[in-house]
Design a protein. Structure first.
Length: 106
């Protein structure tokens, strides 16, 4: 998938004060691309693996995964997650994946 330059898809969606999608069921890959574009993140296949891991984790557990859960269960190294999602990997993955803020994220 390529970076989106038109983020109009986000205009009809509801977000929290912290910029997390209110309804995870409103999410599509196009929404994820638009959110990533707004966050200045160019998504690669590895980004998408983390995003889909988070969505599947949410579907199974009803909550967004923490960084520890992503690294322990998702097959990612902590250092790699900080390279892919600089500044707060679990929070950024959840935002792009259309999920709520993970427990413990500031």
């Amino acid at each position: 998938m390529t970076a989106v330059k038109d983020t109009h898809v986000l205009d009809t969606l509801e977000f929290t004060e912290d910029n997390f999608l209110v309804n995870p069921h409103d999410w599509t890959p196009e929404v994820g691309e638009a959110i990533a574009y707004e966050l200045s993140i160019t998504l690669t296949d590895r980004h998408w693996e983390a995003i889909f891991f988070a969505r599947n984790f949410y579907a199974d557990n009803g909550e967004s995964p923490t960084l520890r859960q992503i690294t322990k269960r998702g097959g990612f190294q902590t250092k790699e997650m900080y390279q892919l999602f600089e500044g707060g990997p679990a929070k950024l993955v959840a935002q792009i994946a259309g999920l709520s803020k993970p427990t413990g994220c500031v």
